[in-house]
Design a protein around this ligand. Structure first.
Ligand code: SF4
Ligand code: SF4
Length: 422
């Protein structure tokens, strides 16, 4: 990426001055909470924006706080001289994308947002959820402009391969497990302790499975994870089929925990009961209705050159979804489970063996920090559809009756490419 794709951080005052000079040409990139917040902060200073831009086609044609949402590709025709406020955490990726469309003026609204009293505005979403989104944005901005500190956005800690559903297009490849097992608790804690000691700060530790509530003594792991002082939030992902009781419910009451519930319609069979229980117990939770998924649950050997692999990786929304599975740190859930299932070969320098006591703590720290700073594709990207908003969609949570067979096939119609495939 060249300097054209730099996103500049300005003081709130300076930013307001520049925005007033560009009246009518302002686009906010990111139609999420931070974008919404940016819009409100601008309005407080009497500044209007022309559009929200967002890569999610499902948002196209809708309005957010009265401003239309458009796909970025449509902007050169609509607003060729647009200036952008980048209200998303994927700043480098987005500025690079917009540079490719011919734009060159990108500002980070972080200072404007810090000044804005967002609690005074009306929100249809609970404040705890909005606050978390703002904190993530603030964290990412600090990480980008920070020094040599190792800040990590998130880590997926897999508690179990078991799930109460068997979705045939599960992006985490649960549909292929014939004999799913819980992770060994001692190994999980030990490897996670080493990871946490190797980095300076993590925004969110994401607890998932399969279905994490199926793990034996789930609450013990949650209590252990809450002892990490350098972790901002714990997010527990669940599919609305299980209502936790006793200690498993109690442990979720900590204000640092958010439970993210996927609503798959009738197959999330205990959704209402779960939400009611969380409501009664003051447990912070967010329900997201899921009807469509990216089609990325197949393991197919794809003919891609190194350049194509790097592009797929850079545009992938899971390229920094570091995943801890059975004592090993992987780039993303697809890589972790494809290796764990034996579908693809492990590649030594793409994995950190956190649970291996034959490796010193100093070496684990060196490898972990190096791993977190890398931004290049992994071997698994040769077998993965890639996860960006443009990939094909499938209906969410269609169930398979039995585990799917892994049979790696080659892509039927190779893309024309002159260079050797990876
Ligand atoms: S997508 Fe389906 S199979 Fe995969 S973890 Fe979630 S509920 Fe389980
Ligand atoms: S394998 Fe590559 S493309 Fe697939 S999810 Fe992981 S990082 Fe993304």
């Amino acid at each position: 990426m060249n300097d054209d794709s730099m996103c500049t951080v300005l003081s709130a005052q300076e930013l307001i001055r520049k925005l007033k000079e560009n009246d009518g040409q302002i686009v906010i990139f990111g139609a999420g909470f931070v974008g919404e917040l940016t819009r409100l902060a601008l309005a407080e200073h009497g500044i209007e924006c022309a559009y929200f831009a967002d890569n999610n086609p499902e948002k196209e044609g809708h309005c957010l706080r009265g401003v239309p949402i458009v796909l970025p590709e449509s902007l050169p025709e609509r607003l060729p001289d647009a200036v952008f406020l980048i209200a998303t955490i994927a700043v480098d990726l987005i500025t690079h994308q917009l540079s490719g469309l011919g734009y060159s003026t990108f500002w980070d609204p972080v200072e404007l947002i810090r000044q804005f009293e967002w609690r005074k505005a009306e929100w249809s979403t609970p404040h705890a959820i909005v606050e978390r989104a703002i904190s993530l944005y603030d964290f990412s901005s600090a990480a980008r402009t920070g020094s040599d500190k190792c800040y990590v956005k998130s880590l997926d800690a897999v508690l179990t391969e078991k799930c109460s559903l068997r979705c045939k297009d599960c992006a985490n490849l649960m549909q292929y497990y014939e004999k799913p097992a819980d992770c060994n608790q001692a190994e999980l804690w030990h490897s996670l302790d080493r990871f946490m000691a190797s980095i300076d700060r993590i925004f969110e530790l994401r607890i998932l499975g399969g279905e994490p509530l199926l793990m034996k003594n789930f609450h013990e792991s949650i209590r252990h994870f809450l002892t990490y002082k350098n972790c901002d939030y714990l997010i527990v992902y669940t599919n609305g089929t299980i209502v936790p009781k006793g200690e498993n419910l109690e442990c979720l009451k900590d204000p640092r925990i958010l439970v993210s519930i996927s609503d798959y319609g009738p197959i999330s069979r205990n959704l209402q009961n779960l939400c009611d229980t969380f409501q009664e117990n003051g447990i912070i939770h967010l329900t997201s209705v899921q009807t469509r998924w990216q089609d990325c649950g197949d393991i197919i050997l794809r003919k891609r050159s190194r350049e194509q692999l790097q592009k797929v990786f850079e545009e992938c929304c899971a390229n920094d979804a570091f995943t801890l599975l059975h004592g090993k740190l992987y780039r993303c859930p697809f890589a972790a489970h494809a290796v764990n299932l034996g579908a693809i070969q492990p590649v030594a320098d793409e994995i950190v063996s956190l649970g291996d006591d034959g490796i010193s703590d100093e070496e684990i720290q060196r490898q972990t920090r190096n791993f977190c700073g890398k931004h290049s594709f992994v071997s698994a990207c040769s077998f993965c559809a890639g996860r960006d908003f443009r990939c094909d969609a499938v209906p969410a949570a269609v169930q398979a009756k039995k585990p799917l067979m892994i049979s790696i096939r080659e892509e039927s119609a190779p893309e024309p490419e002159s260079e050797a495939s990876y």
